[in-house]
Design a protein around this ligand. Structure first.
Ligand SMILES: [Cu+2]
Ligand SMILES: [Zn+2]
Length: 198
């Protein structure tokens, strides 16, 4: 009898252990299912990408056409500009203060965009530069030119007047920016203009 009781106890405890293991396994399963369901229901966390495409108009009787794409991603704005109809050689490109290209000579776009009230210069110069001082780029013998530029000092529509490029204009000049002449680098006439507007 004593032996039988021990055997019964053993059997009973094995049974209890077995059942509790199964219950644990069930719990784990259902927890896993729940978390998967929650993830699927939550909105996807894609990095936000803002983009503006600017169609450039010819100005000052030039034949320049092209487009400029601004893209903001991870706190940086990348500009990709493509032009044709340029005179071969170097040309200045800037952001000017107003998205108004109505004047035949592009003068309606105003001066260089300079929200930090610094002097004109080469981008990154310790002595100062305008937030619109992109620089120069080259056109080949066929009059085609491209330039890419990237900075975390611009934004697209963030509302910070020291960074926001919306409402400004892209201007391409006939000549080159010497980075020293004030207030605009003596880059000559404005041969292409495009407003940065959404
Ligand atoms: Cu300019
Ligand atoms: Zn400037």
């Amino acid at each position: 009898m004593i032996l039988k009781k021990t055997q019964l106890l053993l059997l009973a405890s094995i049974l209890v252990l077995g059942v509790s293991c199964k219950q644990n396994a069930k719990k784990e399963n259902s927890t896993a299912t729940d978390s998967t369901a929650t993830e699927a229901a939550a909105p996807e966390k894609k990095p936000e990408v803002k983009k503006v495409k600017v169609a450039m108009e010819s100005k000052s009787d030039s034949n320049v056409s092209g487009n400029v794409v601004f893209k903001e991603e991870n706190g940086k704005v990348t500009m990709t500009a493509v032009f044709d109809g340029l005179n071969p050689g170097d040309h200045a490109i800037h952001l000017h203060e107003k998205a108004d290209c109505s004047a035949a000579d592009g003068s309606s776009a105003g001066g260089h965009w300079n929200p930090t009230f610094e002097k004109h210069g080469k981008w990154g110069d310790a002595e100062g530069y305008h937030k619109g001082d992109i620089g120069n780029f080259s056109a080949d013998e066929n009059g085609n030119g491209t330039i890419t530029f990237e900075t975390d000092q611009w934004c697209i529509g963030c509302g910070d007047e020291k960074k926001d490029i919306l409402g400004k204009a892209v201007i391409v000049h006939q000549g080159t920016d010497d980075f020293t002449s004030q207030p605009s680098g003596a880059a000559g006439s404005r041969i292409s203009c495009g407003g940065v507007i959404q």
